[in-house]
Design a protein around this ligand. Sequence first.
Ligand SMILES: [Zn+2]
Length: 363
Amino acid sequence: MKKALIIFIYLFVISTNTPAEEKQTSNNNLFEIGDVIISSGETHRGTLKVSKGDDEIESFIPITVHHGVNAGPVLSLIAGIHGSEYSPILAMQEFAKLIDPSQLNGTVIIVHIANIPAFSARTIYVGPNDLKNLNRSFPGNINGTITERIAYILKHEVIMRSDYLVDIHSGDGNESLRPSYSAYYKEAGGEEVVQESKRIAVAFGLETIVQFPGSYDSINDAIYTSAQAVTLGIPSIDIESGELGHTDDRFISPIIDGALNIMRELEMITGKSELPINPLMINDRTRVYSNHDGIFYTDPKVQTGDYISAGSPLGIITDYHGNELETIVAPSSGVLLILFGTPPVNKGDNIVVIGRIPDSKNN
Ligand SMILES: [Zn+2]
């Protein structure tokens, strides 16, 4: 069908509709994304195009969109912002098959792999072409590098069409990360956005929840995916489940279950979730950065998920001949959330993240 005709039909349907529905209600008849328009009760499997820039690189973003038969919110789930974080990517492969648009209230946008260049090249943190971190590249730039153009497309085609956004990560290819957690901004985006973000962070159903501090003066400062969303007034959370390039079901299943739990909470599907009664709230995090290039050795007595005391040794860095350069110790007590799990380390790398919980704050 020609685009003009599609637009004509689209406008016709809109104009014959009952008065405009509230924001947290998708158009029950047609849903537009990229260059397609999806009818209610249909599933669209396709790609968002990322056009060539001055760098002569073009790319695409594979998506599935389930447009439900009934009105409801638009929920977006993004995997693969970091291309070597595999459990979110594999979870969304399965999750996409579980949604039936004929039984769905609202619309689900699934971004299967946000960062195809990083996935294909198997890079951690950054894209292979411009060495930029997609999760530091929002709001994006349509005239920028490939990573900046991907961010721009994600912002305009996914984030801005959403009523709720879930950005799913794991420890990167070099990072051990436990326990799995959901996270939300406890101050950014205004009171209602904070409350709705907290609502879906809790509804996801993990035992650990991290509260991010701070807010953003402008969307140009909100360089993270979920920060961009909340600054635009869209409730959003981060999920972290998985580590070290692993593809174990124990990291994938909680993501699928959590996504379904959010859909139940938002009454997009029927059913009740079983949620933890008293999840652990982590309200502050401390980090350790490397002072050297070299080889990292994890202390054999620690692993992520452990509760550790301030001053505990976590590992050492040696030079390339094995001479010790630095002992890495915990700067505070708390839960060891992230620790490097592979040997390469560069000056400035964030080797350690510790989640401080209220009882450990003064230690
Ligand atoms: Zn990530």
